[in-house]
Design a binder for this molecule. Structure first.
Ligand code: MN
Ligand code: MN
Length: 274
């Protein structure tokens, strides 16, 4: 059950309205990383959640995001209000000025309508919690950029409040995921194929036009990693001519897809050599 209380979660004060900044704020109202998306994502995940403890967390934070929507909507409305009557202000956001009469609507800063496509809901609690941690990180960085583009102290204070709460949520989602006790790379129930799962394919090779190097790091060396260099060229006799080394290991019956593909390549390679 939802109940509206006639009090903002944070008191919004704006010194000088800036319609162009108001337009940018819409990103956090009806945008991909905005408050409505966060509220709907967590609340709908909560509806799907069979774990009563983490369902409580999802409903708590989903509901707080609705309060954030009210705060950021109020802030955007205060900045956009002059578009109602002022011609220069109207130019900052024609959609709001002409279709909205100076009021906000569920569009992003470019006038794209809000969509459920923004939501990440899988019905797998640990996977959803990972999406939520990423969503909070995106919301945080968008608020930070907004703070960097305004000089209005009241606006900065409001955005600082909202930005801080996103980190609070990020911490709570991370702790909830950790408390599930699942190994970090264990997703779902079917285990990945052994050996294959530890192969790192070096699929971008050489020194690039701007001197970009081939790099080794903890993401492809040490631990269980097996570094597979340029797998696309593995069977090449000549990379320039595209000819391939005959491979007897590909059985005559061509039972697997890989075998069939290799056989076809062998045939065309043979043709090329004549
Ligand atoms: Mn929020
Ligand atoms: Mn949040």
């Amino acid at each position: 059950m939802y109940h509206h209380v006639k009090k903002l979660m944070y008191t919004v004060r704006v010194g000088t309205p800036d319609p162009r900044f108001g337009n940018m704020l819409l990103e956090q109202f009806g945008g991909a990383n905005g408050e409505l998306a966060a509220a709907m994502q967590y609340s709908v995940q909560g509806l799907n959640c069979d774990d009563p403890e983490r369902k409580d967390l999802l409903m708590d934070i989903g509901t707080e995001e609705l309060s954030h929507l009210e705060v950021v909507g109020t802030l955007a409305r205060m900045h956009l209000k002059p578009t109602k009557n002022d011609r220069n202000a109207a130019f900052a956001d024609p959609l709001i000025a002409i279709a909205g009469g100076g009021g906000v609507n569920l569009y992003n800063s470019q006038g794209d309508p809000w969509t459920a496509d923004y939501l990440k809901i899988t019905g797998e609690l640990d996977v959803d919690l990972r999406s939520n941690i990423a969503a909070e990180a995106r919301a945080k960085i968008v608020y930070e950029r907004l703070i960097n583009f305004t000089d209005d102290q009241g606006t900065i204070d409001t955005l600082q409040f909202l930005m801080s709460r996103e980190i609070t949520h990020m911490k709570a989602f991370a702790a909830a995921l950790e408390s599930m006790g699942k190994p970090p790379f264990s997703i779902g129930t079917i285990p990945p194929t052994p050996k294959l799962v530890d192969q790192y394919f070096n699929d971008s090779t050489g020194i690039g036009d701007r001197g970009e190097a081939d790099v080794r790091g903890p993401w492809n060396s040490g631990g269980n990693w097996e570094f597979v260099n340029a797998p696309a060229f593995e069977q090449m006799e000549s990379q320039k001519a595209g000819t391939r080394v005959p491979n007897d290991a590909e059985g005559a019956n061509g039972g697997s897809n890989g075998g069939t593909r290799a056989k076809a390549s062998k045939a065309s390679a043979g043709k090329g050599r004549k």
